[in-house]
Write a protein that binds this ligand. Sequence first.
Ligand SMILES: Cc1ncc(COP(=O)(O)O)c(C=O)c1O
Length: 406
Amino acid sequence: MNDFARGLADLEAQSLLRRRRVVSGPQGPVLDVDGRPLVAFASNDYLGLASHPAIADAAIASIRRNGVGASASHLISGHHAEHEQLETELARFVALPKAVCFASGYMANTGIMPALVGAGDAVFSDTLNHACIIDGARLSRAEIQVYPHADVGALESRLRASRAANKLIVSDAVFSMDGDIAPVAALVDLAQRHQAWLLLDDAHGFGVLGAHGEGTLAHLGIASERVLYMATLGKAAGVSGAFVAGAAEAIDWLVQRARTYVFTTATPPMLSAAVSASLRLIHADDWRRERIRDHAALLRVRSAAWPWRLLPSATAIQPLIVGGNAATMRLADSLMASGFWAPGIRPPTVPDGTGRLRICVTAGHDSVHVEALAVALTRIAGEWSEGNAGNSAVDSPGHAAENASA
Ligand SMILES: Cc1ncc(COP(=O)(O)O)c(C=O)c1O
């Protein structure tokens, strides 16, 4: 691309131009967006912890003790006691032998995968996996075999046919745009039978699933030495960063070989202190997870009145399938005009024809917020059917997209 103006005009013509909205003040159910209050169902702050005072206090106390910058990479002089302590706490939290933290989920996946596999190896990747998994697979230079979404049979035949020296199965544990849970037990079984590793990305399950937020493995009661469990800390944990946990030797190997760990300045120690405080809240506040379940159930009941389909999802991500790009954005705009922010998600983030509102219900919302959103959607549905707007609800399984965001 060297004609930027034309590229931007093309995006605009296809209803694909993305706009950044400026949020001021703390995260919460009601956001100041471009100077206007909106009830927001747009964030991954699933447990409502991003602006929790105990987490802010922990960060501030750490700044007072340690200053801000870590000053070097972990393998030089940047590995601080706060980092070390958090890694110990995270491993304990998810009941795995050892953990290592990365600056973000994107950096984790793009570092882990090339450290595990390379030329002559193979990556087996669900078609709906997140963009940073796709990029991590490409960076690894291993052969990439994409299998249809959650299709265990198709994955098995690819594994059986593969002559690769090392095999890595990789999957979102909770899919970021659909909210469904991967068939983890079957993936673990296949990893064991085919001497493969399974990298599970639990960006959207950690904190939300499991009796005390331990994530998708705990939710499903699964433990296996073949699993590398990765989760992010900027979503339910409300802070920033990511970690991967698993067998001690595997984690030690990543410390040596994951380039996005080795060749970058360590995160400010105060972020680790903040996540430590967040872990205590994640564990103690079961009511936050209950709220998410209650909100999801309420939406499901109300969705019976809408022409759009709410995908089945046991998580905080409640996708409402609209179909075309223009209709998706029109619905998002109508909601925004009514005071609600539920972002429209279009290709390439989701397959063609499956534009949707990615509604996130969080512990920060109360039932009044959710009920008000449902009323607004019911009203808009009525207006559209009177105006015969032709907003068909399309739900066609497509080839995944080069996921662009979450
Ligand atoms: C499944 C998944 N993995 C990884 C990431 C990236 O994590 P981070 O935002 O910490 O870079 C995201 C979203 O951002 C995601 O949805």
